[in-house]
Design a protein. Structure first.
Lengths: 326, 240
């Protein structure tokens, strides 16, 4: 057994314990705490989805808000306008976002746009998406799209909408599923190929790695999963605005947790989300309390600076060394 | 049988002719060498064969199949593997994982590919360092790893770009022994090499490039006696 797969199986055991502990939390936590935890799970989930593409395959996307937004609007519009259950809407969102990601990826990779230039391309597509949604009557333009209020006969397991406890469990399950998928991918042939591409694409191709196909696959899976994350975000909030769903800020929020936690690690995005989301909420409160707009960005900046200084490879590699997991 | 055929192959870079109407063949089961001064177009030739570059003119065929328009990974799948002059380990992966990536080409299961990679490492004498991060290897071991990654793809033809450069004589002899063993097992080898001692000992046929053109072709004995080769590359040795 290779050292990395030994690490993965030990990590899996640890993750199982972690999930079991988390499943018991609603017994003691109040609704506000649960909704913050649900948000943490959501950003851990999309962080892991982004991490598949960046941490494993080495392809930098700064425009994941595109998939987040398109997935969110797809499920919300299908549910709000056509009464299609998100159980169906989410697979549709996954396929749509995966297809969209494949188009963006294929365009970039076909013309050998690499590194930061590829990242710029992803920003351009995300901004294009935002502007499109801001001018599209069907989704309510900048005024937003609103899901109908929940009736008294709402069944959360059908509408996939409900109270804090429901979203807590729903996102915990989504995160666990995404985590398992990422772990399986990482130890599969595809995972080896992605890491080889991340380390040296030309050297990888020289030993038979079909780089173009593999990179497109990475974007497709990452984008599809992110679309489902956006769907949960829309269902939780009940309202969707192009600026919130598809804006540059969302693209950044998606990537901060995995960067702070540790790129390319299995626990990084989760740990990062546990640090970043509460800090973000706290800083928003502070900004409101002192009536200083932008204070939360300042705190974000300081946090990132601190991570770069003290844990340049993210918090998880530091923590796992300290816990002697490796 | 001719395993590899180059016919009138040229490559121009913005007016500069890096390779000019080069033709030669590599016999199945042979060890051949491509030699010449720096800038003669040897590595460009490799890049043309491996599909990294497309020839401006001419034709390259492997096992009777035209390689025109094929991507590097497709050419590797056909059975041509190459090493890079400047070694390119997958630095963030272990030695074993590096070779496993190559083995996955013919062996889709991780367990099977890992086993095959381990056997390749044993053949190269790298097995004890399998768990090392590739970035921790010394230069001679990196060169071996480069060969290991290529071998794991089960090539019919192995292109070696200066695998001896930077090795001490004993290390070079060990590498030569490894290559001779692989050749005995049926692998065809084309190598770019500056260490003439190695070329003389290994190659049955030598092709000499100079300024992108082929100036000579023959057995090592014929080549070392060729006045044009002596003039442009080997130089005259003063009587000791």
């Amino acid at each position: 057994m290779s050292p990395s797969s030994a690490f993965v199986s030990r990590s899996s055991a640890l993750a199982g314990l972690f999930v079991a502990l988390l499943a018991a939390v609603p017994l003691v936590a109040d609704d506000f705490q649960l909704s913050i935890l649900a948000l943490i799970f959501l950003f851990a989930y999309v962080g892991q989805a982004w991490n598949l593409m960046m941490g494993l395959a080495g392809q930098l996307s700064l425009g994941h808000a595109l998939y987040f937004g398109v997935g969110g609007y797809t499920v919300a519009v299908l549910a709000g306008r056509y009464e299609v259950t998100p159980w169906l809407g989410m697979p549709v969102a996954f396929v749509l976002c995966a297809a969209l990601g494949t188009v963006v990826g294929a365009l970039g990779f076909r013309f050998a746009v690499r590194g930061v230039y590829f990242a710029l391309l992803t920003i351009a597509f995300a901004e294009l998406g935002r502007v499109l949604f801001e001018h599209w009557d069907f989704v309510g333009k900048t005024a937003g799209f609103f899901l109908p209020a929940l009736g008294p006969d709402n069944v959360p397991l059908v509408s996939l909408r409900g109270g804090a406890t429901f979203f807590y469990y729903a996102l915990l399950v989504s995160l666990a599923a995404c985590w398992i998928l990422a772990a399986l991918l990482a130890r599969s042939r595809v995972g080896y190929y992605w890491r080889a591409i991340r380390e040296d694409e030309d050297a990888a191709r020289a030993i038979g790695v079909p780089a173009f196909r593999m990179k497109c696959l990475a974007v497709a899976i990452s984008a599809g999963l992110t679309g489902i994350g956006g769907a949960w975000f829309g269902l939780m909030g009940g309202s969707l605005f192009p600026e919130t769903m598809l804006g540059m800020r969302m693209s950044i929020e998606i990537i901060i947790a995995p960067i702070v936690g540790g790129l390319g690690t299995m626990f990084g995005p989760v740990l990062g989300a546990f640090v970043v989301v509460p800090l973000n909420e706290l800083s928003k409160d502070l900004a409101q309390h002192f009536n200083v707009s932008g204070l939360n960005f300042l705190i974000y900046g300081l946090l990132l600076g601190a991570v770069v200084l003290f844990a340049p490879h993210g918090l998880w590699p530091r923590l796992s060394a300290w816990l002697r997991l490796k | 049988m001719k395993l590899l055929t180059l016919e009138g192959v040229s490559k121009r870079f913005a007016g500069l002719k890096a390779v000019s109407e080069v033709s030669f063949t590599v016999e199945d089961g042979s060890i051949s060498a491509l030699i010449g001064p720096n800038g003669a177009g040897k590595t460009t030739c490799f890049n043309l064969i491996a599909g990294v570059l497309a020839p401006s003119a001419g034709r390259i065929a492997f096992a009777g199949r035209d390689l025109a328009g094929l991507e590097p990974e497709q050419i590797c799948t056909l059975g041509v593997a190459r090493t890079f002059q400047v070694v390119r380990p997958l630095a963030g992966m272990s030695v074993l994982e590096n070779v496993t990536v190559g083995a996955l080409l013919r062996n889709p299961s991780i367990a099977g590919a890992t086993g095959e990679a381990m056997r390749v490492l044993e053949k190269l004498g790298l097995a004890a360092k399998a768990a090392f991060p590739a970035s921790d290897l010394t230069l001679p071991d990196r060169k071996l790893l480069e060969v290991g990654k290529a071998l794991a793809t089960r090539p019919k033809l192995l292109l070696l770009d200066e695998v001896m450069a930077g090795l001490r004589p004993t290390e070079a002899d060990r590498m030569a022994e490894v290559l001779r063993g692989l050749n005995r097992d049926g692998l065809t080898i084309l190598l770019i090499e500056h260490v003439m001692r190695v070329v003389m000992a290994l190659a049955q046929k030598v092709v000499v490039l100079h300024h992108g053109e082929k100036i000579a072709e023959g057995t090592p004995r014929e080549i070392t006696a060729d006045p044009r080769v002596i003039e442009s590359y080997l130089g005259r040795r003063k009587a000791a």
